[in-house]
Design a protein. Structure first.
Length: 417
């Protein structure tokens, strides 16, 4: 990306990937385009350290870099204007811009715009000073700080936290906590720890408590999406190439879900192995099983059920899994597959009857690994994050796997415990 002064903007209009700063708050990015190409996609954004910041008077950071990659992949020109978050929300509701970023998923925007898959992922925590004798989370009597106008400040208000202190910026928030004028701060882990290190507030003097994962997405107006069919699907598809690492699970979280999953299998494994023998599809040939998989997948897409889906839901194994999911805090989904990847039991219908083309099946039942932990997945319909753990189910005598169990965790609930 090449930076140019505004005086040569029009002369340079057709050159590749030019950026310029116009006035005091406008950043414009122009990939190359000709007169017969689509008009540029008009986006608005705001500064959101450390994901996007101003460096040498230009917008930079991992999210602008990601968007540049996406629009290059889409072969679409685009422009980015800097504006307050509130202003961007107003303009997209009025269909005066094509889209804006970064936003948390917001039901108030869903009527007029559609979200993308996450461009970045925040990990919110409460921080407090060590030795303060405070509980892990505020109980209503303490002062809680957040950056003025931030998503965290909005969330605190929505959750009726009574004593919210809105601080102008992250650096000031660090200093106010350090001076003990606040009991807690609610912040993104990465943003806070970068600022804390800069102002000599080391992790060793802090205590923290995980609150929630927060996706940062772009919103595009429904009018724009209607005029550009296929754009949103192509935008989301490009993320696999343009975004790396944001859905990786932290090691301590991986250790936790593995510990809980192994304990579950140790406690219930014998019963699950016994109930696996009751297969609802035992009399079906392999060909018919794959035919059932096609019907199953289509039914799930149409929010319908199949006869086999109903039969599996009524097995004793499915009943056991349903009962145990209700008892285990943070578990949202449990299903068991046979050694070929076909579902034997589930607490709720899975997206596919056959799991043999999934990474978890390949890792655990084909390659023989002792576990597989998925990346963090975001479900727009429930606005929740899920992590799945898959473990082999072993025959006690032969020590060979007879199938596998997958346990899904609501990441927010699991890591709050």
């Amino acid at each position: 990306m090449i930076s140019v002064p505004s005086s040569v903007l029009l002369k340079s209009f057709r050159k590749s990937f030019q950026s310029c700063l116009i006035g005091a708050g406008l950043v414009v990015t122009f990939p190359a385009f000709a007169a017969d190409e689509p008009s540029p996609v008009v986006l608005q954004t705001h500064l959101h350290p450390p994901y996007q910041v101003m460096r040498d008077h230009y917008l930079s950071g991992e999210v602008p870099k990601t968007l540049n990659c996406i629009f290059k992949w889409l072969d679409r020109p685009y422009v980015i204007n800097l504006a307050p978050r509130k202003r961007s929300r107003q303009l997209i509701k009025a269909n005066r811009i094509d889209g804006f970023f970064l936003s948390t998923p917001d039901e108030a925007l869903d009527e007029t715009s559609l979200p993308t898959e996450p461009l970045a992922l925040e990990r919110w925590k409460y921080y407090r000073l060590k030795g303060s004798d405070l509980p892990a989370v505020p109980n209503g009597d303490q002062r809680v700080g957040a950056v003025l106008g931030s998503n965290e400040a909005v969330w605190l208000k929505q959750h009726y936290i009574p004593h919210i202190q809105r601080i102008p910026d992250m650096e000031s928030l660090v200093k106010v906590l350090q001076s003990q004028r606040l009991s807690y701060v609610l912040v993104d882990e990465r943003a806070f720890e970068e600022a804390a290190a800069k102002y000599h507030l080391p992790n060793k003097v802090l205590e923290s408590h995980f609150v929630r994962y927060v996706p940062l997405v772009a919103y595009f107006s429904k009018v724009f999406i209607k005029e550009n069919p296929g754009f949103l699907d192509a935008f989301n598809a490009s993320l696999d190439s343009c975004v790396t690492g944001i859905r990786d699970i932290k090691q301590e979280e991986k250790d936790y879900v593995l510990k809980v999953s192994n304990a579950f299998v140790q406690q219930h494994g014998a019963r699950i192995l016994a109930e696996m023998k009751e297969a609802a599809f035992a009399n079906l040939s392999m060909e018919k099983r794959h035919d059932e998989d096609k019907r199953w997948t289509q039914a799930m897409l149409n929010n319908q059920t199949t006869g086999l889906m109903g039969l599996i839901s009524m097995t004793s194994l499915s009943q056991t899994l349903t009962e145990q999911t209700a008892k285990e805090y943070g578990m949202t989904e449990i299903f068991v597959m046979d050694r070929n990847g076909f579902i034997l039991g589930m607490n709720k219908p899975t997206s596919d009857f056959w799991q043999g083309d999934e990474v978890a099946f390949d890792q655990v039942l084909k390659q023989g690994k002792d576990h597989y932990v998925s990346k963090i997945e975001f479900d727009h319909s429930t606005r929740r994050f899920q992590i799945q753990v898959t473990l082999p189910l072993m025959n006690a005598a032969s020590k060979e796997p007879v199938g596998a169990i997958t346990i899904g965790f609501d990441a927010d609930r699991a890591f709050q415990s």
